[in-house]
Design a protein around this ligand. Structure first.
Ligand SMILES: Cc1cc2nc3c(=O)[nH]c(=O)nc-3n(C[C@H](O)[C@H](O)[C@H](O)COP(=O)(O)OP(=O)(O)OC[C@H]3O[C@@H](n4cnc5c(N)ncnc54)[C@H](O)[C@@H]3O)c2cc1C
Length: 390
């Protein structure tokens, strides 16, 4: 038998949920090994696909955060995570939170698919300023933005804004390491149960073998692939494309403190637009990012299709859909370039993250449903609590 590392808990996946789970476990004194590959950057990836390649859903530079959420249960979990951002930044020395606030624009009746998110702000008593349809006084503060006069606009102030997902993971992992946890850069290619009460053997692409009493599977969109789980969990993957509009250095400075945007637009080709102000990307340039569900989205059902989606450049038809809406939101901003990037959203049947014991000693933590980043610290904490109690 090959040499084996042993540990109490292996966390498969060093993404948003996994890095949080590993940090909470290590902070509780649990011996933990977290295993996951480096983040793939679609702009710099190779065109070749290894049979086990996996990708993350946090592969760009900003994720919206706010107290307003899709329902009360989501809002409570997100609020718990938001409350702890500052402590996490202070303890790790890694900044990831930009509290620029969030503008939410919706018709008073929602868009026919989604209810009016501003009603949720009112119902939960979340502090906000409201500007009814036709009241454009908000434009005095954010003159470069535009919304249709049919839409009411609410401003949710700090701590709403955005987080930088890779930096949040770096904060979590700084602390996991400091707590004695181990981080391995590798891809898991099999999780094998060793028999009742005997734990698990985890095998990796690089030929490592790790034995553990328990496993947390936090592999995002790739949970049902690579032999990680005996019985697949009920997940629907959906392709998502974001457009990045490059802004000049002068506009970067001027727009940097503009709020994030959640916008229930009208129209059949885009649904539920979200946007961040200019953020610096690894290529040294600053981009406004906008995303939405589009009429071109598809549902990859197997590993090869999901891999191809991440490795293949998104074609111009996405840009044709997204670019006009981005420009309409910033009527006088001159974007110096545009690019699109692929991602995948992982949905569960009840549209709530799946944090559950799937087999004795194995907890699954996945199903961010397109909104899991902002509360990831709390979702990971739940997975850690659950595995300790299993
Ligand atoms: C375009 C886009 C925009 C979004 N915007 C927002 C937003 O504004 N606000 C918000 O809150 N949420 C947002 N989300 C959702 C959020 O990013 C996800 O909910 C979150 O990333 C889910 O975390 P996760 O840990 O489940 O998955 P991931 O972050 O994808 O992490 C899973 C990790 O598991 C690894 N992995 C997979 N298989 C294996 C394996 N076999 N071995 C080892 N490692 C493996 C992957 O490499 C990955 O790093 C957005 C998602 C997308 C796609």
């Amino acid at each position: 038998m090959p040499d084996c590392d042993t540990t109490e808990v292996v966390v498969v996946g060093r993404g948003m949920f996994g890095s949080a789970a590993a940090r909470h476990l290590s902070q509780g004194g649990v011996d933990v090994i977290a295993i996951g590959p480096d983040v793939f950057d679609p702009d710099h990836g190779s065109a070749t696909i290894d049979e086990h390649d996996v990708f993350s859903s946090h592969n760009d530079e900003a994720r919206l955060t706010r107290l307003q959420d899709r329902d009360e249960a989501w809002a409570q979990v997100t609020a718990r995570a938001l409350r702890d951002y500052q402590a996490l930044e202070d303890a790790s020395g890694v900044d990831f939170h930009h509290d620029v606030g969030c503008l939410i624009a919706s018709r008073p009746v929602g868009d026919g698919r989604n209810p009016d998110p501003i009603a949720h702000l009112r119902e939960r008593g979340i502090i906000h300023e409201y500007f009814g349809s036709g009241d454009r006084t908000w434009a005095g503060r954010w003159p470069r933005l535009d919304f249709p006069a049919t839409h009411g606009v609410a401003f949710e102030p700090s701590p709403a804004g955005y987080i930088r997902p890779k930096r949040l993971i770096a904060a979590q992992e700084t602390l996991t390491r400091r707590n004695g946890g181990t981080l391995l850069t590798d891809t898991v290619t099999g999780v094998h149960r060793l028999g009742a009460g005997a734990g698990f053997e985890i095998v990796t692409a690089a030929g490592r073998h790790v034995r553990s009493s328990k496993v947390v599977l936090a592999a995002g969109a790739f949970t049902n692939f690579n032999g990680l789980i005996e019985t697949p969990v009920d997940l629907e993957l959906k392709t998502e494309v974001v457009v990045l509009g490059e802004v000049t250095p002068a506009d970067t400075d001027e727009l940097a403190r503009y709020p994030t945007v959640k916008y229930l637009n009208d129209g059949d080709v885009l649904d539920a637009i979200y946007m961040t102000p200019p953020v610096r990307y690894p290529d040294g340039r600053s981009y406004v990012k906008m995303g939405a569900n589009t009429c071109l989205d598809t549902n990859p059902a197997d590993l090869a299709t999901a891999q191809r989606w991440f490795r293949t450049a998104t074609d111009d038809s996405y840009l044709e859909l997204l670019q006009p809406s981005l420009q309409a939101l910033w009527p006088d901003v001159v974007f110096t370039s545009f690019r699109t990037r692929p991602c995948i959203v992982t949905y569960t049947p009840d549209r709530f993250p799946l944090i559950a014991e799937a087999q004795p000693g194995l907890v699954v933590a996945t199903g961010g449903n397109g909104g899991g980043a902002k509360g990831s610290d709390a979702w990971g904490a739940m997975a850690a609590d659950l595995i300790l109690g299993s």
